[in-house]
Design a protein around this ligand. Structure first.
Ligand code: NAP
Ligand code: MG
Length: 523
């Protein structure tokens, strides 16, 4: 294959061989579904008394695999295993740790097609989005390794105290916390597990992984990559089960020293408050939801704007934290841009996410499928639908959770849905007087994850300055609000969208997994 670097910006035109390799992997995986998968605790396969099936959202009868319904007992086993492995791992020199992490990244890369095929089946994510998700994992891990190297393991010599008759040396070190819990969401199972796990491990913590129950299969394959890289037993533990039982038991476990939670605002804030009630302050990294806006002014390239908006509104069926769910169009170009958005939305291909031509697959499960129908009612009562609004049950789509990409217009801006993350292929479009009004409306919300802008360079300066979002894009046809790539666009939210104020895949992230120790020696 000719050299090709997969990112969310390059993925629209991949080499042919990427398709053939993906298709071969998908056939292989499809021929061998329905197996029983264990948890991995201290390097051993662990079974629970009960299990659950993971089904395909594109074909709700198809069982992809059987997974263990872990409980408080397994939470305890996994945390204790990680605790036991901590002294050995944290005392392993950092340059030896990154050798193992780079090996894990290479293994993930070598299994990219299989993991992506499972992701397509389990999440309903189209093939290029699935390949992007998995490719992001080694990119995140390698970037964190290079950060560790560039900063000499975060060991810094400070000045010597100016006391006569003594030599007083001071050394600053960043050191790990201990057992780090990583709870990941269904929508980017591989990337959003591997990113925090990689950072935690490079920093010297040991890890317990709890994926979303619905996407335990992809994450099981990821956990195998860490195991096969030769990390000592107990350094990475993988447990499966529901958020309410296993997830809660992990959150309640006093042996957990730090947590990275990526998921919805209500669950994340609940975790934050529970951690606040513990004996002392423990690090909680939250990566939460979004309600991301794009602004288009009369000076914009309207083709770029429409293309970027449609891609970001409907990629992964709108189930991205960075989905473009609010669009503000300046008066004079409102009709024209809306027309382009509507036409482009109607042209999107919806269907089996494994097929090459598909852009939208099904939504993840019955709950959002039902919510879609409820939101559509509310939006058509309050305003109008420029396109979309139906669930799809014909032409081979009857077995899956398929819903039409929808553009809602004329919904008064005080309607509650302007402030709620819907996590569905629904975007809401609003007419604004000018850029000032657009910025005001765009910022008038708790969320602050990503934002997009189309217009002149001078206006963009105003947009960047005023925007209350962590990740901001100007004039980007590849996606108005989506598609951050590690080491290019660090990804993290402001306000209700994240707790750390820094982005994953950026220069300030890895430090969040360590605490500073000062060592003063007097000679
Ligand atoms: P979710 O429903 O909040 O679940 C996230 C994870 O938390 C899952 O593993 C879930 O397990 C677990 N969980 C649920 N209740 C828990 C509890 N009481 N204690 C501990 N863990 C618990 O989110 P989702 O539906 O998977 O993902 C969508 C959300 O994630 C959206 O809001 C999206 O914006 C956000 N997201 C944010 C980012 C970002 O970088 N900012 C990236 C991607 C997604 P079960 O599913 O097994 O119950
Ligand atoms: Mg959920």
């Amino acid at each position: 294959m000719k050299p090709f670097q997969m990112t969310y910006a390059t993925m629209f035109d991949p080499p042919e061989e990427l398709h053939t390799q993906y298709e071969a992997a998908l056939s292989k995986i499809t021929a061998n579904l329905g197996n029983i998968h264990g948890m991995i605790i201290s390097g051993k396969e662990v079974m629970a008394k009960r299990d659950y099936q993971i089904k395909n959202p594109a074909d709700r009868e198809l069982v992809l695999g059987i997974f263990q319904a872990g409980t408080a007992e397994h939470a305890d086993q996994a945390v204790l295993a990680a605790k036991k492995a901590f002294p050995g791992w944290s005392n392993t020199p950092w340059h030896e740790r990154i050798v193992l992490l780079r090996k894990a990244a290479d293994i993930i890369e070598s299994r990219i097609f299989e993991i992506a095929a499972v992701t397509t089946l389990e999440v309903g994510k189209n093939r290029l989005e699935s390949l992007g998700d998995v490719s992001e994992a080694p990119a995140l891990i390698r970037y964190a390794c290079s950060q560790m190297e560039q900063n000499n393991g975060y060991i810094t010599e400070m000045g010597e105290d100016p006391v006569e008759g003594y030599q007083i040396k001071n050394l600053s070190l960043l050191r790990p916390y201990g057992v780090w819990l990583v709870i990941s969401p269904f929508n980017f199972p591989t990337a959003l597990t591997a990113g925090p796990v990689g950072a935690a491990l490079i920093a010297g913590n040991t890890v317990v992984i709890k994926p979303a129950a619905k996407t335990s299969f992809s994450v099981r394959l990821l956990a195998e990559c860490f195991r096969d890289a030769g990390l000592p037993d107990g350094v990475v533990n993988f447990v499966t089960g529901s958020g309410s039982v296993l997830g809660q038991a992990l959150i309640d476990h006093p042996g957990v020293d730090g947590v990275t939670f990526t998921g919805s605002y209500p669950v994340g804030m609940g975790i934050y408050r529970q951690f606040a009630a513990r004996d002392y302050v423990h690090p909680v990294i939250l990566e939460l939801g979004g309600k991301n806006s794009a602004i288009v002014t009369k000076n914009a390239n309207l083709d770029r704007a429409a293309l970027g908006i449609v891609r970001s509104a409907f990629g992964l069926q709108g189930q991205k934290c960075s989905a473009n769910s609010r669009v503000y169009l300046e008066e004079s170009i409102y009709d024209e841009v809306l027309e382009r958005i509507t036409t482009a939305t109607r042209e999107l291909v919806l269907g089996d996410p494994g097929k090459r031509e598909t852009y939208l697959g099904p939504v993840i499960s019955e709950a959002p499928y039902n919510e879609y129908q409820d939101y559509i009612k509310q939006l058509s009562n309050a305003g109008n639908l420029a396109t979309g609004g139906h669930v799809l049950k014909t032409n081979g789509l009857e077995q899956g959770y398929y819903v039409e990409p929808t553009v809602a217009v004329d919904v008064p801006h005080d309607h509650a849905l302007w402030k709620k993350e819907l996590f569905l292929p629904i975007t809401m479009v609003h007419k604004v007087k000018d850029l000032e009004q657009a910025l005001e409306l765009s910022n008038d919300i708790n969320y602050g994850l990503t934002a997009g802008f189309y217009g002149s360079e001078t206006e963009a300066g105003q947009f960047f300055e005023a925007s209350e979002a962590g990740v901001n894009y100007m004039n980007r046809p590849q996606g108005s609000t989506t598609g951050a790539w590690p080491s290019y666009q660090p990804f993290g939210g402001w306000k209700a969208s994240g707790s750390s104020g820094v982005g994953a895949g950026g220069p300030h992230y890895l430090q969040r997994y360590m605490r500073e120790q000062i060592r003063t020696t007097v000679n």
